[in-house]
Design a binder for this molecule. Structure first.
Ligand code: GLC
Length: 563
């Protein structure tokens, strides 16, 4: 058994909210803070403990709030600071914790700092951002996620210089090398902690440190900019400093979004002794079904279950003794989990959704659920570019016009891969616009809210995905071994069933998850046990099983206690 360091953020279940799409109360088609407050009893009823709120700060919304123009003001579309305070106090009174999104690699170009910085080369804020004077020639290539030309340097005529933006032209990168910038960020963090916020999810945090000599991309990266961006020379110095200056002074949790971070680097971020972060989201699973580079990232649906298992087994191992992991299958940047990792056909949707819930809630590592996954929301699969709102899809569409990849193929790809699949409104009931809003929503609602994928219908159905989710959350709560127990993979080569044990002191659990459309039988002879008591299954007809042969229906999930 690994050394036990109990923490609320290890035992909690996280529920992520994309505020724009959760609940509108003003009738403008955009979700808002009062909408979340209105739904707090629902959130509490799920059994989750922690809410992660995607950015709600003032923003021109080039990237839906990930471009912040004022870190201490609430975006007008979402409400006011008074609404925020009411939301927070509503959470506190229900025993819910709140983590916010810290977007500190970049700001909006409409932030006061950048407005000043652009003005002149000797402006007080000039050194808050990365500038390259044009008289030095064209800067060495940097790749940008959201630029129509894929170029992360934007020429700014006013001072005859280029500024750096790893994301869109409206998201200039902050210069953490400047101690004043770091101080500003720590003060922002303090502002929110003093309000009672319980932590932060840190957006693209490994990208904050840059080599300010801006060399050509070193040979060893073989053109992979993301790896280069994620290991800047002073990254760990900054994370440690942030921890010491501010994080360590509060009882809070931190989870970094960590593109580019590989297994061998994991503990540098989260080993307790390093005093940096608590946990982070790696990208190994998220790239499992993708081919090509980030620009032309195309979906490859031929991923294998053995690869899926390997990703999770490898990451579990890294944190077995030190640090802590995070578990997620979807978020606002990826398609819906049941459509991606399960099966959303009418025949299999229910079992696949609940099987995936069972998975996240029986693994070691803090589980993160994206809003709507608890009712099995699926990909919307827009078939025309006009329905898409996301800068990522829209820019890549423009970029592809200059390539030989067909736009039709791209749209087919986006039906499965686009971020907007996860950004459609929450499906509350079967009324017009799914109870999300009373007027036209900012992005179309998935029409399957009419056919059972909505909260109201599922609350009244004891076999619903929603009710299974609640039961499964409770099961984790009541079995500490499912949180802290050691994980051991069984049936490593099986391409249909994911099986593992979790062992903690005298508790021993066996988890069987079918990822197959077919019936399967597995023989569990790698562990010895006399009796397997069924704790939960998404097959409600299941009573007992012949042991050690377990028969599984398509997408069936079972959790057994072994003795
Ligand atoms: C992160 C966010 C994503 C955003 C990007 C730029 O990846 O999760 O939504 O577009 O950072 O801030």
């Amino acid at each position: 058994m690994s050394e036990l360091k109990r923490q609320w953020w290890k035992e909690g279940v996280v529920y992520q909210i994309y505020p724009r799409s959760f609940q509108d109360t003003t009738g403008n088609g955009v979700g808002d803070l009062n909408g979340i407050t209105k739904r707090l009893d629902y959130i509490k009823s799920l059994g989750v403990d922690i809410i992660w709120l995607c950015p709600v700060y003032q923003s021109p919304n080039d990237d839906n709030g990930y471009d912040i123009s004022d870190y201490r003001t609430i975006m007008a579309e979402f409400g006011t600071m008074k609404d925020f305070d009411a939301l927070l106090s509503g959470m506190k009174s229900r025993g819910l914790k709140l983590i916010m999104d810290l977007v500190a690699n970049h700001t909006s170009d409409e932030h006061f700092w950048f407005q000043e910085s652009r003005k002149s080369r000797d402006n007080k804020y000039r050194d808050y951002y990365h500038w390259w004077p044009a008289e030095k020639g064209t800067p060495p290539k940097r790749w940008s996620y959201f630029d129509v030309d894929g170029n992360a340097w934007k020429y700014d005529k006013l001072t005859d210089s280029y500024y750096l933006h790893y994301f869109s032209v409206k998201q200039p990168d902050l210069k953490w090398e400047n101690p004043e910038v770091r101080k500003e960020i720590y003060n922002i963090i303090r502002f929110w902690f003093d309000k009672g916020v319980d932590g932060f999810r840190m957006d693209v945090i490994p990208f904050i440190s840059k080599d300010t000599t801006y060399p050509e991309l070193p040979e060893k990266y073989k053109g992979n900019y993301v790896s280069y961006y994620s290991e800047g020379p002073r990254l760990h110095e900054y994370l440690h400093e942030m921890n010491q200056e501010i994080l360590s002074k509060y009882d809070v949790m931190t989870v970094g979004e960590a593109p580019g971070i590989t297994l061998d680097k994991a503990l540098d971020f989260v080993d307790e002794e390093r005093e940096e972060l608590n946990m982070f989201f790696h990208f190994d699973l998220m790239s499992l079904d993708r081919d090509g580079d980030e620009v032309f990232w195309m979906r490859n649906d031929k991923w294998k279950l053995t690869e899926f298992k390997k990703v999770h087994s490898d990451w579990d191992k890294v944190f077995a003794k030190r640090g802590w992991g995070s578990m997620f299958l979807s978020n606002h940047d990826f398609p819906r989990s049941v459509s991606r990792w399960g099966n959303d056909s009418p025949e299999h949707w229910r079992n696949a959704s609940t099987m995936l819930h069972t998975f996240l809630l029986t693994m070691r590592g803090t589980p993160y659920f994206y809003f709507g996954d608890e009712i099995g929301m699926t990909n919307v699969r827009f078939d025309t570019i006009e329905d898409y709102k996301d800068i990522n899809t829209l820019n890549r569409y423009e970029l592809l016009k200059q390539s030989d990849i067909s736009l039709d193929d791209f749209i087919e790809n986006e039906k499965e891969a686009a971020r907007d699949n996860a950004r459609t409104p929450m499906q509350w009931d079967s009324s017009t616009y799914s109870g999300f809003t009373e007027s036209k929503p900012w992005i179309k609602v998935n029409s399957n809210y009419k056919t059972g994928i909505n909260v109201a219908a599922q609350e009244n159905d004891s076999h619903s995905v929603l009710n299974y989710f609640k039961k499964m959350v409770l099961l984790r709560k009541h079995h500490l071994g499912l949180v802290y127990g050691d994980y051991e993979l069984l049936l490593e080569d099986n391409e249909e069933v994911y099986a593992y044990t979790r062992i903690f002191e005298s508790e021993k659990y066996l988890i069987l998850l079918s990822f197959s459309e077919n019936k399967t039988t597995v023989d569990i002879d790698e562990v010895s046990f006399k009796n397997a008591e069924l704790l939960i299954s998404n097959d409600t007809t299941l009573k007992s099983q012949s042991i050690p042969n377990f028969h599984l229906k398509p997408y069936q999930a079972c959790v057994y206690e072994l003795t």
